[in-house]
Ligand binder design. Structure first.
Ligand code: ZN
Length: 455
C-alpha cells in the first residue's frame, strides 16, 4: 500500500504536502485545494441514511484525548494578550487558556461567539487520550521526502495519535466590501496577517515545529505558505452549541497539526483522522493492521473517485501518485465503482425482509462481498466499511440472532473514524445492540422480522 509519489521539484511532500482542507475519507463530496479562500470539506461529514436505523435520541460524543509523541509544546506561560475583535470580527486566543506545563496548546483566530460556545462544552478542553507510547517516527520516505513510520505493529482500530493542532484559523474571511477595497489598496491581506500573528503567539517550541513544516507556496511567504501547504479542514467547529454554520458542505475552519501534516498520501490509506472538539485535538486511527516500519498514510483525495479524478486532485500538489490503485487503474476503478454501486440503504433491507423467496443469506453474502472488495482495495478508511458492519448487525437482528448482531455492532463501533460522525445520524442502534445489560434491542424495528413463525 505505500504509495510512490513522484515529487516535482519544490514540492517537499514528506514534510506534509497536504490539500488545503482535504476531505479525508470523503468519497462523496468534492474537495480541491487552492488558496486559503477555498471551501472544502473534511471527512467528518457525509451523512447518509442507513438500512433501517433503529430510532433513538442522538447523543453527543464526549470521548477524550491526551498528549503524545513529538516534543510536547512547552506550555507557554499563557501569553493571553486580551484582544477585542479585529476588522474581521475575530479574536486571538490560546486553547486551553490555562495550559499546564507541557500541555499541548493551539493558537486560535476565531469568532468570539464560537469561542464562548466552546467554553460551554463540559470540561472544555477535555484531556486528550493518546496511546501510552509513541507509535511512529519521522523518517525518509523514498521518493516522497519525509514521512511517518510505524515503530511497531499497529492493529486495526488502534488509536495512533491524539494531538492538538498548532493553530486554528478560518479558511477564508468575510469582510465588508469597503473594507476589502481598503485592504487591497493598502496592500494588506488580513488572512496572511492573522496567520503571521498566530505563529508569533506560539511558544518557541511550537513555532519551531510549525516553521519546520513544508512550504509548497513560497510565493505566499513562510507562515501563510506553510498554512496553505499543511492545513487540514475540520467541520467539527461548524456547529458548536448554538453557533452553527448553515451552508452544507462548507468547511470553514482549518488547522495545522504537525502529526497529520507529515503523513504522505495514499489512495489506499492506512489511517484516518477526526477532530474531537471536546478535547480540541485530532485523533488518528489505524484503519487496518500496520506492520512495524510501514509508512503511515492518509488520503488527500476523494478515495472512491476514479484514478483520473484522483490524479487531477493531486496535481495541485505537483506530484503524481503511483500507488497500485493508480498504476493498475482499470482494475482498481472497476472495484471502486462496484463498492459505490452497492448501497446498503433501507430499500435493500426492506426488499430482503419482505421477499420470502430470497434466502436468509442473500444480504449477508452481499455484505461479505463488499467487505472483501473494500479490503482488497485498501479502503477500510471509507464510510462504506462501517456501513457494511452496521448492515450485518441489522441483518442478524432481523434473524433474531443477537449474539452475531453484537459481533458486527462491535466491528462498526471499532471504526471510530466513521462511527463518531455517523452514529448520531444513522448508527444509534449500534450502542443499543452493544449494551449487553439491556434487552432494548428487542424493540428495534427489525428485530426478528425475518424469523419464520413455527407452525
Ligand atoms: Zn494512488
Amino acid at each position: 500500500m505505500p504509495s510512490k509519489l513522484k515529487v516535482v521539484p519544490n514540492a517537499r511532500l514528506g514534510a506534509g504536502c497536504r490539500l488545503v482542507g482535504t476531505r479525508r475519507n470523503g468519497h462523496r463530496s468534492t474537495s480541491r485545494r487552492g488558496a486559503t479562500t477555498l471551501l472544502v470539506s473534511d471527512h467528518e461529514s457525509t451523512m447518509r441514511r442507513g438500512f433501517l436505523n433503529g430510532k433513538k435520541e442522538s447523543k453527543d460524543d464526549g470521548r477524550e484525548v491526551n498528549d503524545l509523541s513529538t516534543t510536547p509544546a512547552a506550555a507557554s506561560k499563557t501569553k493571553s494578550r486580551p484582544t477585542g475583535p479585529d476588522i474581521a470580527g475575530n479574536i486571538y486566543c490560546t486553547i486551553p487558556e490555562d495550559a499546564a506545563p507541557g500541555e499541548q496548546v493551539t493558537e486560535c483566530y476565531i469568532d468570539p461567539t464560537r469561542r464562548a460556545a466552546l467554553n460551554k462544552i463540559p470540561g472544555f478542553p477535555q484531556p486528550m487520550q493518546p496511546p501510552g507510547e509513541v507509535l511512529f517516527r519521522l523518517g525518509e520516505s523514498p521518493g516522497k521526502g519525509m514521512g511517518l513510520f510505524a515503530t511497531r505493529k499497529i492493529k486495526q482500530s488502534e488509536l495512533i495519535s491524539d494531538h492538538r493542532p498548532l493553530l486554528l484559523s478560518p479558511m477564508s474571511l468575510r469582510l465588508p466590501m469597503h473594507v476589502q477595497m481598503a485592504m487591497v489598496l493598502g496592500g494588506r491581506d488580513v488572512l496572511s496577517e492573522s496567520i503571521e500573528n498566530l505563529v508569533q503567539r506560539m511558544t518557541p517550541s511550537n513555532r519551531a515545529r510549525y516553521m519546520a513544516l513544508a512550504n509548497s507556496h513560497p510565493e505566499a511567504g513562510a507562515e501563510l505558505g506553510i498554512f496553505q501547504t499543511n492545513c487540514e479542514g475540520t467541520r467539527a467547529l461548524n456547529e458548536v452549541g448554538d453557533v452553527v454554520i448553515k451552508k452544507h458542505g462548507q468547511c470553514r475552519f482549518s488547522t495545522v497539526c504537525d502529526v497529520i501534516s507529515r503523513m504522505n498520501h495514499s489512495c489506499s490509506p492506512n489511517t484516518s483522522t477526526y477532530f474531537i472538539k471536546q478535547s480540541f485535538s485530532w485523533r488518528v486511527w489505524a484503519t487496518r493492521d500496520i506492520e512495524e516500519g510501514e509508512e503511515l498514510t492518509s488520503s488527500y483525495t476523494i478515495m472512491l473517485a476514479s484514478a483520473s479524478t484522483r490524479q487531477r486532485m493531486l496535481a495541485d500538489y505537483a506530484f503524481q501518485c503511483q500507488c497500485p490503485a493508480c498504476t493498475d487503474a482499470s482494475a482498481s476503478n472497476a472495484r471502486r465503482a462496484k463498492i459505490i454501486e452497492v448501497d446498503f440503504n433501507p430499500e435493500l433491507g426492506l426488499k430482503w425482509i419482505n421477499d420470502a423467496s430470497l434466502s436468509d443469506d442473500w444480504l449477508v453474502e452481499k455484505c461479505h462481498a463488499q467487505i472483501a472488495l473494500i479490503e482488497q482495495e485498501g479502503l477500510e478508511t471509507s464510510e462504506e466499511y462501517w456501513e457494511v458492519f452496521v448492515t450485518l448487525m441489522r441483518v442478524y437482528l432481523c434473524l433474531g440472532d443477537i449474539k452475531t448482531a453484537r459481533k458486527w455492532a462491535a466491528r462498526a463501533y471499532e471504526c471510530q473514524w466513521v462511527h463518531l460522525h455517523r452514529e448520531a445520524v444513522d448508527g444509534q442502534d449500534v450502542a443499543l445492540v452493544l449494551d449487553e445489560a439491556s434487552m432494548e434491542y428487542e424493540r428495534h424495528i427489525v428485530w426478528c422480522s425475518r424469523v419464520k413463525e413455527e407452525q
